[in-house]
Design a protein around this ligand. Structure first.
Ligand SMILES: *[C@@H]1O[C@H](CO)[C@@H](O)[C@H](O)[C@H]1NC(C)=O
Ligand SMILES: *[C@@H]1O[C@H](CO)[C@@H](O)[C@H](O)[C@H]1NC(C)=O
Ligand SMILES: *[C@@H]1O[C@H](CO)[C@@H](O)[C@H](O)[C@H]1NC(C)=O
Length: 311
């Protein structure tokens, strides 16, 4: 990107940023900055890139551009985060993913065939009410339960910085061990974090408390690893998009949580942003690699979400 283009691009980002609320919004300025930079970059280049050679070439070029931009002392409007991945992302199929949707579809008793046909790989989000029917997790899960479960398998803490501290203000929660051993006093202040469990012992114990969602048929492959997200009221995961390449289910075990889903830039002209509140027993199926998403724990509830991916 030439100097002029970079300037024009940065000034477009700055203008958009100026129009956002200064504070108190769900989306922090930093997250919004990154999101807009990603989106604008993509829009500006109008990429419809096939994966493969073009992606590799684009990544290399973008890497060189980023390095050049970094070395020149221009304002660092482009330099944070995942925009390289964003431009390499395969464009979504807007008609299957979200065209015509004004709210997240809700089903209460969905068959595996219907799920496979309409939702599993289309990118279309789905809320399954009472999707966790029969799971013992609802009776047992709490902060203490999850802590004790991990304490019984100390190697679960052993993957280095395996915690994904989603709340950027929780800088002191550097490891999963720290996060599951907060003092009473610390726990009275807001926190929100998530991690992926890769420990076999924890996995095996967890099988006593939840099942694979009943509507995932046998043709759907499902890893044993689970994601946990726990947090207290008014804490949030800021708007972002993931690069795990697989759709996910997110089961609300305790507490209430608001999800905000925003379509990727190539779908903005035909799709609307969506918002949905989920309650204990609900499972939200969403492809976090296609939808920008933010979550927000509602009122004074303590939220526990268990999730996984499938393919
Ligand atoms: C997008 O999805 C629709 C169905 O929703 C399908 O008919 C169409 O072929 C898909 N387009 C591509 C490019 O895969
Ligand atoms: C959830 O499903 C179970 C089992 O089918 C049923 O007994 C229960 O009444 C349902 N709960 C709600 C709130 O629909
Ligand atoms: C939580 O918030 C919802 C809607 O914002 C409200 O209807 C409900 O009464 C609140 N619950 C509590 C316990 O405050």
């Amino acid at each position: 990107m030439s100097g002029n283009n970079t300037e024009a691009f940065c000034s477009e980002v700055e203008q958009l940023l100026a129009s956002l609320p200064r504070d108190g919004g769900l989306i922090s300025q930093a997250a919004a900055r990154q999101m807009l930079a990603e989106k604008l970059l993509r829009k500006q280049r109008n990429l419809q890139m096939p994966i493969g050679v073009w992606t590799v070439l684009a990544l290399l070029t973008a890497g060189l551009v980023a390095r050049a931009a970094y070395r020149s002392s221009s304002p660092t409007c482009l330099l944070s985060g995942t925009w390289l991945q964003e431009i390499a992302r395969q464009p979504s199929n807007c008609s299957s993913m979200c065209a015509g949707l004004t709210s997240v579809p809700v089903e209460t008793d969905i068959s595996p065939e219907r799920f496979l046909q309409l939702y599993a790989y289309t990118g279309r989000p789905l809320l399954v009410r009472n999707g966790t029917r029969g799971w013992r997790a609802h009776q047992y899960f709490s902060y203490e339960f999850i802590r004790d479960l991990h304490d019984r398998h100390p190697s679960a803490y052993g993957h280095g910085p395996n915690i994904k501290v989603i709340d950027p203000f929780n800088v002191e929660l550097a490891t999963l061990h720290d996060a599951l051993h907060m003092s009473e006093e610390r726990r009275r202040r807001p926190f929100y974090f998530g991690w992926k469990n890769l420990n076999r012992g924890v996995c095996l114990e967890l099988m006593n408390y939840h099942e694979r969602p009943y509507y995932l048929g046998p043709e759907i492959e499902h890893p044993a690893a689970d994601w946990f997200y726990i947090g207290s009221a008014s804490r949030a995961a800021l708007l972002h998009i993931d690069f795990f390449y697989r759709p996910s289910w997110q089961a609300q075990i305790a507490g209430r949580k608001r999800w905000i889903l925003q379509p990727p830039v190539e779908c903005e002209s035909v799709c609307s942003p969506l918002q949905v509140d989920i309650e204990p027993g609900d499972i939200l199926n969403v492809d976090p690699n296609q939808w920008y998403h933010a979550t927000y724990v509602l009122n004074e509830t303590f939220s526990i979400t268990l999730g996984s991916e499938f393919m």
